[in-house]
Every structure is written in C-alpha cells, then in structure tokens.
Ligand binder design. Sequence first.
Ligand code: ZN
Ligand code: FE
Length: 268
Amino acid sequence: MLAAMWTYEHGNFAVHQVPALSDNFIYLIATDDVLACVDPAEALPVVAACEKLGRPLTHILNTHHHWDHTGGNDELKAHFGCSIIGAAHDAKRIPSIDQGVAEGDALQLGGLDIAVLNIPGHTSGHIAFVIHADKQDALFCGDTIFGAGCGRLFEGTPAQMWASLQKLMALDDSTSVFCAHEYTLNNLDFCLTKISQSDAVKTYIAWCKDMLGKGLPTIPGTIGREKACNPMLLPAQADFRKAYANLHAISDDPVSVFTHIREARNHW
Ligand code: ZN
Ligand code: FE
C-alpha cells in the first residue's frame, strides 16, 4: 500500500512524504522520540510507512477538518493509540481530537518547538505548523498555500485569506513548504495563461515537468519561490499589483487584486 516515500533531512528532524488518494500528500515528522503524521487523508499508507520505518505513530497533526486531511484519524488512533492535535477552534469537526491548539501555543513534540499559526480562509479553523530547524525550517500549511496556488475560499473571505497568506510569506524564504496536494503544474498553467509570463514562472514550469516526468513530486517548494511565482502571492508586489489592476480596471489594493486572481482561477 506504500506507493512511494520521499525523505527530507532537516537536521534535528526528518520529513517523510507519502502520496495518498489521487493527489494528496501525507507527511511524517520524525525525531528520535516522535513520529507525527500531518493530515492523514487515509490510514493505510501511514500504517505502511510506519512499518517501513519500523516504528509506531505517536501523534497526528491536522491542519483543518476536511475529510481528505482527517480521514485516517479514527483508524490510526485505534491502531496506534496516537494522540491527535488540531485547531481548538475546530475541535467539533476534527475526528477523535485530543488536544486543541491555536496561534501562540508552544507545541513541544520530541524536542521540537512547533509554532502554530491561525490561517483562516480555506476553512475558518485552518492552522499551520512551523518547525524551526537546525538546517531548514518546515511549514505544514495544508490547503492554504499550494505550489503556485492557494486553497479555495470555502469558509473565509478574501481579506482573511490574504492576511493568512501574508503571515506565511513572512517566514524565511528558505522555508520548505509542505502542502497537502500536487496541484503545481496545473496552477502554473493558469499562471502562465492568465497572470504572469515571467522567466521565474517559466523556469518553475520547466522544473515541474522535469520532476513529474521522473515520477517525483513538485512538493515541497520554498517560500522564496512561491513569493516570486505564485499568482496568489504576487499581489504583495507593488509593480505587479499596479499593472494587473490597470489591465483589469480594478482597485490596486492587495485584497482587490488577490480577490480578482482567485476568482479568475475559480473559473479557469
Ligand atoms: Zn481542504
Ligand atoms: Fe485538501
């Protein structure tokens, strides 16, 4: 049941990436003491990954309540007795949750300091986990930032989502972005057709085609590359914003430009 597993060393922890469903990624954060799974869409690939690693799952971290991020919660808890951590705000919608957290909480797991950020927009209770690492910081952002995209606004306003995206853009450029879906190339097609034909976008597309052609994921990306290429983040750049607003005869404030781009992506 384990289709593949890719591993990224961050110094004081490793991240194992496991594909699930049609285009989801599940992550396992590993230290000497802890094996914590982020957003188990389903249980079987996680059980298989734990068998391959030869150790039991100790925790589940959920970024938001959607079934393709929590579908494995009940089965994994029954199997491993692991403890489940999710947004306090959304405790009623997260299956078998043990511990509710919110921004400002210092979550300590296996010697790791994990920061929690509230990033509403895709859902009202969406949170992110940031691990400050010896080598390279890691962001687990669920369905908020994707490779060259962002989640749909199911429960939040554009202004809320924009504020959440800005919070993530404030992280170090080198931060690895572990998002929950492989949507990058499709998002870049939209970007190239409708939003930006920059060299950075073209280079990103060529890299994605190369990775996917080798059977490799385009995730994780980095905050720096997303700031340069992600059409949902480009409204942070004044030059881009003004040109885009001019072209579409809209106001050039960031939220108006973001709203217009998000709408265009919905209908693309
Ligand atoms: Zn979702
Ligand atoms: Fe999702």
